[in-house]
Write a protein that binds this ligand. Sequence first.
Ligand code: HEM
Length: 178
Amino acid sequence: MSSNGHFNLLARVLHWSMALLILAMLFIGVTMVASVHLRPGLINLHRPLGILILVLALLRLYNRLRHRPPPLPADLPAWQAWAATASHWLLYALMLAMPLIGWAMLSAGGYPIVLWGGVQLPAIVPHTPSLYALLRGAHSLLAYLLFATVLMHVGAALFHAWVRRDGVFQAMARGERH
Ligand code: HEM
């Protein structure tokens, strides 16, 4: 982006569609671990949606590196500007790490990584039970971190929208009005 103070259309479409996908994935993940009954159906959904998030995150990173985001308001306290930048890069890291760890975890466990029908991904690490246990723990831990970061992100966005009313929320919510 963006000479006009808004994120470009691709950034906005990816932001809102991935927000829905990631929230859905967090709830699908927790539910499938908690319910033996729902697990088979949900895990069949969890794998392809997770890989879709990986592909969209790569596209989003590419778009982010090619188009500078609109600048934060000049009067924003330095610690808030720092927190915004750090949390945005943490979100990028987690959007990439969560699917890759899920994929690697199933690979290490020796499970087939079925997306749908006959479409299957190759293993990305060798079959190693101890690595499976490590990655399984990392997938859970980082899911909590992702959820906490998303909550802070939503809180900060609403603070900009309702308290500061400084255009930061609008930069992602809609394009320039003509
Ligand atoms: C952004 C992407 C992803 C998110 C947000 C996500 C989130 C989660 C969450 C919240 C859990 C439950 C963890 C727990 O309560 O312990 C989970 C479990 C799981 N995830 Fe993911 N996941 C993602 C991608 C993937 C991918 C791409 C795969 C595989 C290709 C995958 C495979 C699994 C498996 C197999 C489990 C269940 C593990 C078990 O019960 O032993 N995940 N995921």
